[in-house]
Design a protein around this ligand. Structure first.
Ligand code: BDR
Ligand code: CA
Length: 324
């Protein structure tokens, strides 16, 4: 099993990504690290702890990371995720799970060095934690197996500005550091594919775990309305869960090797990920860009894994129902 760190700004779809990663039992999750993004660092961490409670997995450590982007002011995404970041779901829960001592960028460095060539980072928020890790430890890419990040778009419009996707827009300087760090395998899961990973009421109805079904239904209710208002489709995009899906099974997507840079000094285009599709810049590819997705296969995976009976706290992968 892949050894994984999930780096999240929990967020409705981050929460669903965590649920997919944990419930599937198909990833060896060594840590979950939090970052400011959709909501503040504190709220993202609280939300993550609530999800660990929901999953009965307080044993997976949660570490806090950056509470602000590298150089910019925090730009949150509460208009999409709600004031609390989870669309009001689990609002009154006081989680038993608590964050562990340690700073997310240090955890990334330490785990990568403990397991050279084995660690996959799945980043579903702004890339601030990973950029901070690289600033501390520029040789980090030598120790990391792969980085899979949800962010950006190559062929279509943005979702915050006409050209920028949220995670890239929130901290483009951090993304720039990551793009040019020299990772052997850097995978972009951008809006090109995540806009095709659409969860509908029919999918939610198929989730066989009643507690998870209730959570998915409640957390995505407003999110779905906003998606429908913008795109005319009654569904919600599983941006972050698709990045987790690619970590589980890269066969879900078709990728192209491309040189991609990000705009950081423009009046209109900050956060735009620019893919050099015609090799005009003469640079070697620096990432694998997901261009196509088998969305049916991905939604099948999501419904099957998220919907299956709850696991016992002790036995990840055993999928024993929890009694009582
Ligand atoms: C990304 O931005 C956030 O709002 C979501 O959690 C996701 O990571 C989609 O653009
Ligand atoms: Ca996110």
């Amino acid at each position: 099993m892949k050894k994984v760190i999930l780096d999240v700004d929990t967020g409705i779809d981050d929460a669903l990504g965590i649920v997919l990663a944990v419930k599937s039992g198909l990833l060896d999750i060594r840590a979950i690290t939090t970052v400011c993004g959709n909501v503040s660092l504190e709220q993202a961490t609280l939300n993550t702890c609530k999800i660990m409670d929901l999953l009965h997995r307080p044993d997976i450590p949660v570490y806090k990371g950056a509470n602000a982007p590298l150089v910019r002011n925090h730009y949150d995404e509460k208009r999409i995720h709600g004031e609390d970041g989870m669309g009001g779901a689990l609002k009154n829960e006081a989680p038993h799970a608590t964050p562990s001592d340690g700073f997310a960028p240090d955890i990334m460095i330490n785990l990568a060095k403990q397991h050279p060539g084995e660690l996959t980072l799945v980043c579903t928020g702004p890339l601030t934690n990973l950029a901070n890790a690289l600033l501390k430890c520029p040789e980090l890419p030598r120790f990391v197996k792969e980085v899979i990040f949800m962010g950006g778009v190559i062929h279509g419009p943005g979702n915050v500005t006409p050209v920028a996707e949220y995670n890239m827009y929130a901290d483009p300087e951090a993304a720039r550091i990551v793009f040019h760090a020299g990772f052997g395998r850097l995978v972009q899961v951008g809006l090109d594919v995540t806009r095709k990973a659409l969860l509908t009421a029919e999918h939610v109805a198929q989730l066989a775990d009643p507690q998870l079904q209730a959570f998915v239904k409640e957390s995505t209710a407003d999110y779905t309305k906003r998606y429908e208002a913008r795109y005319g489709v009654r569904a919600c995009a599983l941006h972050d869960p698709l990045a987790v899906g690619v970590a589980i099974d890269s066969g879900l997507v078709h990728m192209s090797s491309l040189y991609v840079d990000i705009e950081t000094s423009s009046r209109l285009c900050d956060g735009q990920t620019v893919g050099d599709v015609q090799s005009r810049l003469g640079q070697p590819p620096n990432m694998a860009v997901c261009e196509e997705v088998d969305s049916t296969a991905f939604l099948e995976l999501f419904v099957r894994e998220v919907g299956k009976p709850a696991m016992s706290p002790a036995g990840q992968g055993e999928h024993k129902p929890i009694l009582g």
